[in-house]
Design a protein around this ligand. Sequence first.
Ligand code: BGC
Ligand code: CA
Length: 348
Amino acid sequence: MEMKKILAAGIVFCMGIQLFCACGKEEPYEEDKVYVGVTYYEQSDTFLSQMISCLKDEFQNYEEKGYETAMLIRGAGGSQRTQNDQARELIDAGCNVLCVNLVDRADPSEIIDLARENNVPIIFFNREPVAEDMMQWDKLYYVGALAAQSGILQGEMAIELIQSDSGIDRNKDGKIQYVVLEGEAGHQDAIIRTENVVDTLKSNGIAIEKLSYGIANWNRAQAQNQMLQMISQHQNKIELVLANNDDMALGALDAYEKLNYTESALPAFLGIDGTDVGLEAVRDQRLAGTVYNDKEGQAAAMAKLAIALVTGQGMGEIEFQNERYIYLPYFKVTKEMAERFLERKSWR
Ligand code: BGC
Ligand code: CA
């Protein structure tokens, strides 16, 4: 048993050495070895940190199935320039496929040029490049989810809440006074989620009144600050907080907790993502609900595609939309469902 472990450790060690020594540019690639280079926009992002760990698990699974894989992961600290350098470093280190979560989704050209020169395919994820940039080369792919669907599902959850709990309309004026906490300006998931949640409420005949909105860049602390300002402006008039992600919904809740609001005086909060902290808050009824952004599904799709691109096997089994896009569906998560999602039990 012990001997086996030492042997296994030795093999893993040698594979690591090979990646860095045998894969210099002058060496031909050994196409059955999948060397994945990952770079993502910001290490402090809750959703992406969890998604990256799903991606590690996926490649680990392939490793256990007998594939030879190695992964290098870089966080870009919010700088596109840093990310461009990282892409170069990953390619120089011998990566034969890149997974890129762009810092600036409108500025992928340098990374695309670099990848094309070295014939290294790119799987973009979560931050979708604009369509024209996806046309720059035929080895560019995207894995993510459709923002509109998450907005619609969040809207449906809001409707169910409003119709089942007359207490949401605190001032009994027949309208729901709401505020929005929005993600980064320019991110496909920010404006589209907001538009769709609001349209869903309106088109279902729910009378709503927008009191305010704030951009909090997906960030819990920024959302808390924005919410403190909105509370000071509107006091207890706010009945519903629609947040583009869970971290911002939780930041809004932090603001009320900081001001010592009692539970009965709180508005309802809805998020999107189903991060672990988000799911726990839904389970504990601190958030009224969230919409699951299927990081496990997205990571599985990326790993499968990466393997297929490098080995040339299994490409035919992958279902693309528009030839090079893979979108995973979102799911509603109510308090009854939260535990199931937390335990990663199958919900599909
Ligand atoms: C997620 C956010 C995340 C963002 C990062 C979105 O899809 O909902 O939580 O911060 O992606 O790009
Ligand atoms: Ca009202």
